[in-house]
Design a protein around this ligand. Structure first.
Ligand code: PGA
Length: 249
């Protein structure tokens, strides 16, 4: 059983139109890679990024969507709007959304449902805080988030899980290889489709640690923040994933 390998970049609140040149630098690397390459720019750039990536192997995603299809929600973006702008995926439940906007697991589940209804692949994020890890509660916390954030009673659904320990995001710290292996195995055994669902690791993934992380059997790819803003670094991470896909074959 081979699972898709996915390397996803999350630009967060970075990127003006001048950043679109990134895609012509990454396109040849994505074309050579057996991994799926996804970039999630800010919503203002989704349409232009999708246009810039037409005819390339790069997919474009949103960073969040509203749970409703449309309505009186000033400033929000629906999954249908992202799809209409050319997105194929959308990140939901990123820890920065959970922290900055008070998003609950129920909110994340509603967003994942909305993404699926719009024909987008939701990338559902889970992860423990430093205090939760220090208390030895990381698996319990992440398992509870997963159970409450996943669409209910559905199998055969195209979705992606991203395990991102909150304390590793943007800090230069990563979980140890053993801790990542343990958490990904724990997540996999709780998934409705354990054999086929892609589980990403995220949190300070860089060119120098990507091969070790992607070498783990239950790590199917990476969700990359800071290093996805630099075409050279992101290309190096995509190349590390190519090695993984060759091993899997
Ligand atoms: P980072 O961000 O790679 O900058 O740690 C990862 C993420 O938040 O998705």
């Amino acid at each position: 059983m081979t699972r898709q390998t996915l390397i996803a970049g999350n630009w967060k609140m970075h990127g003006l139109t001048g950043a679109l040149g990134f895609f012509s630098e990454i396109a040849p690397v994505a074309a050579q890679s057996p991994a799926t390459v996804l970039v999630c720019p800010p919503s203002t750039l989704v349409h232009q990024a999708a246009r810039a990536c037409e005819g390339t192997a790069i997919r474009i995603g949103g960073q969040d969507c509203h749970a409703a299809r449309s309505g009186a929600h000033t400033g929000d973006v629906s999954a249908d709007m992202l799809r209409d702008a050319g997105a194929s995926h959308v990140i939901v439940g990123h820890s920065e959304r959970r922290a900055d906007h008070g998003e609950s697991d129920a909110d994340v589940r509603a967003k994942a449902d909305a993404a699926l209804a719009a024909g987008l692949v939701p990338v559902i994020c889970v992860g423990e805080t430093r205090a939760e890890r220090e208390a030895g509660r990381e698996v319990e916390v992440v398992a509870r988030q997963l159970a409450a954030s996943l669409p209910q009673n559905q199998t055969g659904v195209d979705l992606v899980i991203a395990y991102e320990p909150v304390w590793a995001i943007g800090t230069g710290l990563t979980a140890s290889i053993n801790d990542v292996a343990r958490m990904h195995a724990a997540l996999r055994e709780r998934l409705p489709d354990p054999l086929t669902t892609c589980i990403l690791y995220g949190g300070s993934v860089k060119p120098d640690n990507a091969s070790d992380l992607l070498g783990l059997a239950d790590v199917d790819g990476a969700l990359v923040g800071g290093a996805s803003l630099n075409a050279t670094d992101f290309a190096a991470i995509i190349k590390a994933a190519s090695l993984k896909s060759e091993l899997v074959r």
